[in-house]
Design a protein around this ligand. Sequence first.
Ligand SMILES: Cc1cc2nc3c(=O)[nH]c(=O)nc-3n(C[C@H](O)[C@H](O)[C@H](O)COP(=O)(O)O)c2cc1C
Length: 418
Amino acid sequence: MFRIRENEIADALTTADIWRIMLREIPPIAAEYFVGGADELTTLKANVLAFQQTMLAPPGAIKHKELDTTTNVFGQDLSLPFFVAPVGSLRTLWPKADAVASQVAGEFGTAMALSTLSQTPMESVAEASNGPKWFQLYLCGGVETAKRGIKRARDAGFSALLLTIDTAVSGNRIVHERMKPMDAVSSLFSGPRKLKRALHRVKLGPQVLPRTGWLWRHWRDGGLLPFCNIINEHGEPMPYAGIGQQLAASAVTWSDLPWIKEAWGDQPLIVKGVHCAEDALRAEELGATGVIFSNHGGRQLGRAIPSLQIVAEAMPKLRAANSKLDCAMDGGIRSGLDVLIGLSYGLKAVGLGRVTAGGLGAGGHLGLRRAFELIKEDLLRSMELLGVQNISEIQEQGEKLRRQSMVLGTEHIPPFSF
Ligand SMILES: Cc1cc2nc3c(=O)[nH]c(=O)nc-3n(C[C@H](O)[C@H](O)[C@H](O)COP(=O)(O)O)c2cc1C
């Protein structure tokens, strides 16, 4: 009924263009969850800047007949070395967004990681793609609830479990808090500050009403749905509110790894949110087959070091320790060149968080397809320009290709967009 911005999406030349379309489609009260980060956004911005400040020295006069972007990571062959990182609440951007993301990932021959805090049943996310599906685990609701989720994910055909370890509490997302998003949806017939909340809702009119496409689709899709992949002992899904307290009450510690591994079985167990080599090695000792270096996209500790710095520090130490871990990263990846730079440290793949959210918010399947196309095209172009033929060459030649830039300051770098 409401048109998707087809032409704008087709004309997009960067993922930042897609992001801007998303911002026009989605009201700030809903978009801020995806836009924002923790504290003063230092880590969120540093994640992006670390890539932008990396310079490369391409060897010349090389032209390969064919390029090969395939990789094998977490027990799966992927056609491309980037995958959908787990992002909660995607369905507030687009109807059944998690299933749409899964479909697009499958179409590109890559993997979809589904967040525990998702609002699309994991079975329909699994059915949407023939490609690999991975399930990200939070222990919301406690051990028994998590065990139910793990079994359900296994039965639905998810082939790797991503255990997130950087959420002892939720980060301090100041701008998001100031917007009082829950006041916009809570019942006006109960609870405190009824008049204030009613006024808050009236004030939201000017940002929501012009975005009729989003409003219509969100309403048709059922509005703010509960977390249907977290089911309590009475068979009820976790309501949308109360995530922060839930995370704090059920934080993961190292002592949880053995029972999680046992409940999950033989398939790969991946630890996500690793900030140093020491934690990666500890995860390996406890039976993990892989790690994702990540600071949660700058949404947790507001001054965590950028993801790329984590990788640059950790990878040589893992090599020196003869680690057998499959390593990936996420945080700040906005282009195919960023993907290549990440891989150049020896990683097997990288995850896309906000790029996925931006694509879905801009236009569901169409928006995400375009975002993925842009990243794929840019990766291929960058491989050609750097004279590398496949992912192993990127990994092997990384150190030779990367250079410390002589340029001081950030004037040569575009302003931060997302
Ligand atoms: C809105 C949002 C929600 C997220 N939700 C989850 C989540 O539920 N579980 C998780 O492990 N990581 C979550 N993440 C972190 C992502 O998996 C990933 O680490 C991060 O987005 C990477 O940074 P990028 O957005 O710069 O790509 C979330 C990230 C964003 C932006």
